[in-house]
Design a protein around this ligand. Structure first.
Ligand SMILES: NC(=O)C1=CN([C@@H]2O[C@H](COP(=O)(O)OP(=O)(O)OC[C@H]3O[C@@H](n4cnc5c(N)ncnc54)[C@H](O)[C@@H]3O)[C@@H](O)[C@H]2O)[C@@H](O)CC1
Ligand SMILES: Nc1ncnc2c1ncn2[C@@H]1O[C@H](COP(=O)(O)OP(=O)(O)O)[C@@H](O)[C@H]1O
Ligand SMILES: [K+]
Length: 511
């Protein structure tokens, strides 16, 4: 699913209004009807107090129109107009008049007003600011937002939590509504998926308000949300008359004394992702543990006992994953540098492979084109430098990717795979995966996919999705705290099956 910017959404509005020959008010009515249907289907007329806080722009207009529908269906509502500007939007005013025609008089809030009382069982509808927010809210509006946040009532935000800008970090985090649920029109907003800004909402859902599909299909976006519909076409089915050679020979290079487990996890994950053959290349000290723990893999060893000093692979691997647990000793840096000079096809670089690149940026020129780099936030910072906020981070990652023609997987709660000027935002995974070694598993999986013929960018996007899905299946039995990296590996097969599971009858009926 495409992630549009605010200006693209405004363009989509205009395009829809022209093409479908409707008024902007009719579009607002569609939005309000969808909001109402969503609430009504859950509340079923329950007499719970609903406080609607409405701004004076179109977000406020949505709120006021929603208030009318709720009133007409007998709900117990209180409407507040958060009067933060004289510049009221045309459609807000139309909807305000419609309320007044029904003898519903909102309370107008301004800098002198007292704050409405809200009890824990009430519902707050937050329609103060939408995607039009372009500066910090005034002090009294910020104060109102803090008041809403201090209540324990359920907060339903319209389109986006108020006070959260759509294209930068907030001016002050305390002045952003903490939404229990966001009903976002037509498309998700990028801020929902970034670590600094995703914290303002618990859950989000898209409401289809019928923006024109021609515009949505034709318009290119900088970011795409990756779910099952985007992943399925990438899947490469296994062929009946295939053999292990069909699915490639992966080599996993890494490890040092006390960190052989990283290679073990990556190699195991590589096999489970479907690589035909897997060879691990480790320092001598890793030989016995690898041979005994994973009988399916082959092991090559370095001459040195406790760290890698020379990488010598006596065949041409189909795919290579390198760096986990490898350390950054001088001899290892040298070995990694010479290895990069020899290798010709795209590789996957993780952990200490990335740390070495950050220490010795001159090695970057030898990294094969379209290699996949899988940094966690600290490794990313070492590579691209400090960033001001998440948006700056993404821009820096994009220029790094452009300059070095590499794919960067920015790992985190919603890992984002960046290639040149595009970002692919993952939707699977959970906090149970914040556990030692889960990154090694990802590197192994992406390597295993490349061995099977997935192009590097597809291997990265598909691998991140499948890794998260394996984690999601894993927590369903292990629980968040007890999920381990090896538990993610054990569920790679279940993740494939979950991915390939035909939609069941029940789901079909719901659609
Ligand atoms: N295609 C869509 O998604 C649709 C969106 N609609 C709604 O329209 C909203 C956008 O409406 P608007 O463009 O009117 O913008 P908002 O309602 O978000 O904000 C209103 C206006 O306030 C001003 N403003 C911005 N920051 C301010 C601040 N800190 N203090 C005081 N004033 C400030 C701006 O001039 C802005 O246009 C969306 O979020 C959505 O709720 C719907 O009405 C219909 C269709
Ligand atoms: N809160 C979270 N939600 C979803 N995925 C997560 C979360 N925390 C971590 N992960 C995933 O787990 C992996 C952690 O990688 P990394 O930090 O390199 O671990 P390690 O170095 O221990 O192998 C990444 O793929 C990341 O996206
Ligand atoms: K809002």
């Amino acid at each position: 699913m495409k992630i549009f910017t605010a200006s693209q959404i405004y363009e989509a509005d205009k395009f829809t209004i022209n093409k479908q020959q409707i008024t902007s008010d009719a579009l607002m009515e569609r939005a309000a009807t969808k909001l109402f249907d969503w609430m009504h289907s859950r509340l079923q007329g329950a007499q719970v107090k609903i406080h609607l806080f409405c701004g004076i722009g179109n977000n406020g207009g949505d709120g006021v129109a929603l208030a009318r529908h709720l009133h007409e269906h007998g709900y117990d509502i209180a409407v507040y107009v958060v009067n933060y500007s004289e510049k009221r939007s045309k459609d807000f005013l139309i909807n305000l008049d419609r309320l007044k025609e029904r003898k519903l008089w909102p309370e107008f809030l301004d800098s002198d007003c007292s704050l409405p009382e809200i009890t824990p069982n009430d519902i707050i509808v937050d329609a103060i600011f939408g995607i039009g927010l372009n500066r910090a809210p005034d002090a009294w509006v910020a104060n109102l937002i803090k008041h809403l946040n201090s209540s324990s009532a359920f907060v339903l935000s319209v389109d986006i939590p108020s006070g959260l800008p759509s294209n930068r970090s907030p001016w002050d985090g305390e002045h952003v509504v903490r939404a229990s649920y966001v009903l976002s029109f037509q498309v998700p907003k990028l801020v929902f998926f970034l670590p600094e800004t995703g914290v303002y909402q618990n859950q989000w859902e898209i409401l289809d308000i019928g923006l024109d599909s021609e515009f949505l299909v034709k318009t290119d976006t900088d970011y795409e949300l990756i779910g099952r519909p985007e992943i399925m076409p990438m899947y490469r089915p296994r062929l009946k008359f295939s053999h292990k050679g069909t699915y490639g020979h992966s080599v996993i290079i890494g490890g040092s004394y006390g960190k052989i487990g990283a290679v073990q996890l990556a190699s195991n994950a590589c096999l489970s992702a479907g690589s035909g053959l897997v060879t691990a290349f480790v320092p001598e000290c890793g030989y016995h543990s690898l041979q005994t723990s994973i009988p399916e893999i082959m092991v090559l060893t370095d001459d040195a006992d406790d760290s890698i000093s020379e990488i010598d692979i006596p065949f041409v691997p189909t795919a290579i994953g390198v760096g986990m647990g490898m350390g950054t000793k001088d001899e290892t840096i040298k070995a990694f540098g010479s290895f990069l000079k020899k290798v010709e096809t795209s590789i996957v670089i993780d952990a200490d492979g990335l740390n070495i690149l950050a220490k010795q940026p001159n090695l970057l020129k030898d990294v094969p084109k379209q290699s996949v780099l899988t940094p966690h936030p600290k490794e990313l910072e070492r590579l691209i430098g400090k960033w001001k906020d998440d948006f700056d981070k993404l821009e820096k990652a994009k220029s790094f990717s452009m300059k070095n023609d590499c794919i960067i997987v920015i790992k985190g709660a919603h890992s984002i795979t960046v290639y040149k000027d595009k970002g692919f935002v993952n939707t699977t995974g959970n906090p149970g995966m914040a556990t030692a070694g889960s990154g090694d598993v990802l590197t192994g999986m992406i390597t295993g996919l490349m061995a099977q013929g997935y192009a590097p960018l597809q291997a990265a996007i598909f691998g991140v999705y499948l890794h998260g899905l394996a984690g999601d299946v894993g927590v369903s039995t292990a629980g968040y705290e007890a999920l381990k990296a090896s538990g993610i590996i054990e569920n790679i097969g279940n993740a494939y099956m979950e991915l390939l599971r035909p939609p069941n009858k029940e789901n079909e009926e719901k659609v």
